[in-house]
Ligand binder design. Structure first.
Ligand SMILES: [Zn+2]
Length: 254
């Protein structure tokens, strides 16, 4: 990355995490969610979040499929019969998801059990912490991308290509499961962008775009073998998506 690109990227991170403080519908940061007590299923915030997630699920499915096709083209896999076959299976898996299941025990996580691929299990703290349609869509899209990849890692070529590019751009080690996680986040950000383009409103574009990644604006920045740290996740996502950097900074779509 050039010094100029890096400077713009740092500014964009600043914008995302400033919006996290200013926006009344901003997504709660992951470390903040982790520190909260468990939230009963029947609490108003959890119920509101569960309704939001279920309402947005059909939109998320459509937009994930669009984003997968976009990435297939962007990463040069468009004319490969074997990849096309895997894409068809991935899309069928996404289309078969029918339900979000709120779960108190899952706390600040969302997950997919590949033995029950029609259901996304969503912790109540997470449901309550994603306070906007944009924030919720980004996480739904993330989980749907895991489902698309499936238990046979059907999208492994694409996932590896995204991880390699992110590693090259940032100097971070983004391979294996980390590559899958960043691919899921990248699709999340792409889905939210398309959603905003198609649902214009009075809120600023910057504010709405920021919601797709701002749950990563943590104070306590810890990763593990399978996940980049949240702040490195923002960095890698923006490095992969320079148009998003410009759009966040300019408050308009290109
Ligand atoms: Zn994940």
């Amino acid at each position: 990355m050039s010094a100029e690109t890096k400077e713009l990227l740092d500014k964009a991170i600043g914008v995302v995490c400033t919006q996290a403080k200013l926006d009344p519908k901003s997504s709660v940061a992951i470390d903040d969610m982790q520190a909260r007590p468990s939230l009963p299923l029947q609490s108003p915030e959890a119920r509101e979040g569960a309704e939001r997630a279920q309402r947005l699920l059909p939109v998320a499915k459509d937009l994930v499929i669009t984003a997968l096709h976009q990435l297939q083209t962007d990463y040069g896999f468009q004319n490969q019969p074997k990849f096309n076959q895997r894409m068809r299976q991935a899309i069928a898996r996404v289309n078969s998801v029918s339900r979000v299941r709120p779960d108190m025990e899952s706390r600040d996580n969302a997950s997919v059990y590949l033995s029950r691929p029609h259901v996304i299990t969503f912790g109540t703290i997470f449901l309550a912490g994603l306070r906007s349609d944009e924030g919720m869509l980004s996480v739904l899209a993330h989980e749907l991308t895991h489902i698309a990849d499936g238990d046979n890692d059907g999208l492994r070529l694409l996932v590896a290509a995204v991880g390699n590019k992110a590693s090259d751009l940032t100097g971070l080690d983004i391979h294996g499961q980390r590559a899958e996680e960043i691919s899921c986040d990248l699709i999340g950000a792409m889905v939210v962008r398309t959603y905003i383009v198609t649902t214009p409103g009075y809120e600023s574009i910057t504010r709405r775009l920021a919601r797709s990644i701002q749950h990563n604006c943590v104070e306590l920045d810890e990763g593990d073998e399978d996940h980049l740290s949240p702040r490195n996740t923002i960095r890698a996502l923006l490095a992969l998506n320079p148009a998003l950097v410009r759009e966040l900074l300019n408050d308009r779509f290109e």
